[in-house]
Design a binder for this molecule. Structure first.
Ligand SMILES: [Zn+2]
Ligand SMILES: [Zn+2]
Length: 331
């Protein structure tokens, strides 16, 4: 197999050849056909997450076909198309696992961070955490659903739980996750207000093309109060801005795994029962729900393809905001 490997935090990924891995009990081997590039991959490469492991193969939006089954795997078959998300393994015995919060497992493994991921031609996955993808839809177009789509879906559900009815939803940072969630939320009758970096007219136009009723800079006040705001950009300074934009008892959801420090802000921004919450990882239930719903709602991902060996370029372009939607690596 071949892979783009992170040998050292901050260094470029390196193209390597390795012996083909063998699946252990309960695992499957997947021949990868596409892997999305997520902002979390940048956080991994930059060493912004706790306990970085190197060498590691990043990538946690994997689409491919099973080419080998480990001992004891049931319910999946050779040749079946599957997707592998960020949550790659859980312990099943910690309090979080036992109470239905496997996204918060005390001893988890994350794909492309604590176990090797999808910037490769092949990967090994825990069979319990591989989602059957069926045969409709193109591999590369499905890849961003595995994280950008899923985390957006979980953030949206948590926003609804905390804000109550939310006709007006603000999305801060209009990249891979927001461009998928905007379609889901609008199909379910919500109005989308898109916030980008100040002056990023290109992304604001992209948001309008996808149906946003308003798009502007994150330093601008929206024309109406928001019921909920979801922050996808890793920028702590957006938290007080989003709180200022939501109505009484509205909710601000931080959906990223990493964020720069949140500046201090006056208590009145949180007052009147506004809620500020974070979203961590995903549960398999989130995946089952979302992967069923997305095709029903006609979600279309906007993708830019890169050959696997150009993973460094894809990461640099993501950092620079050089493309709309999501980047996908093709082995
Ligand atoms: Zn656990
Ligand atoms: Zn991700």
């Amino acid at each position: 197999m071949h892979a783009m490997v992170l040998n050292q935090i901050g260094a470029p990924l390196e193209w390597v050849e390795r012996p083909d891995p063998l699946p252990g009990p309960g695992e499957i081997r997947i021949k990868i056909s596409a892997c999305g590039v997520c902002r979390t991959d940048l956080h991994v490469v930059d060493g912004e997450l706790a306990d970085p492991r190197t060498p590691i193969i990043p990538g946690h939006e994997i689409v491919g076909r099973i080419d080998r089954l480990g001992e004891g795997v049931t319910g999946l078959s050779l040749g079946e198309r599957v997707g592998v998300p960020w949550l790659g393994h859980t312990c099943r015995v910690c309090p979080c696992c036992l109470t239905g919060h496997e996204n918060l497992c005390d001893h988890p493994q994350f794909t492309g961070y604590s176990r090797d991921g999808g910037f490769a031609t092949m990967t090994i996955a825990d069979a319990r955490f591989a989602f059957p993808l069926g045969e409709s839809g193109e591999d590369a177009a499905l890849a961003p659903l595995l994280c950008a789509g899923l985390i957006g879906w979980r953030a949206y559900k948590i926003a609804g739980k905390n804000a109550g009815p939310m006709p007006n939803i603000g999305l801060y940072g209009f990249g891979a996750a927001a461009h998928i969630l905007a379609q889901v939320a609008q199909a379910q009758g919500h109005r989308i207000f898109a916030f980008t970096s100040s002056g990023d007219i290109k992304t604001q136009n992209f948001a309008r093309e996808l149906g946003a009723v308003w798009a502007g800079g994150s330093d601008e006040a929206p024309p109406e109060k928001l019921d909920a705001a979801i922050i996808f950009a890793p920028v702590g300074a957006l938290v007080p801005l989003a709180l200022q934009a939501v109505r009484k008892s509205g909710a601000v959801v931080c959906a990223g795994i990493h964020m720069s420090d949140i500046p201090s802000f006056p208590y009145r921004l949180l007052w009147e029962e506004r809620k500020l919450v974070s979203v961590a990882n995903l549960t398999r239930q989130d995946g089952v729900e979302f992967l069923k719903l997305a095709p029903q709602l006609g979600v279309k991902t906007s993708i830019t393809r890169y050959p696997l060996q150009q993973a460094n370029q894809a990461l640099a372009d993501l950092r620079a905001g050089a493309f709309d939607g999501a980047a996908v690596l093709i082995p």
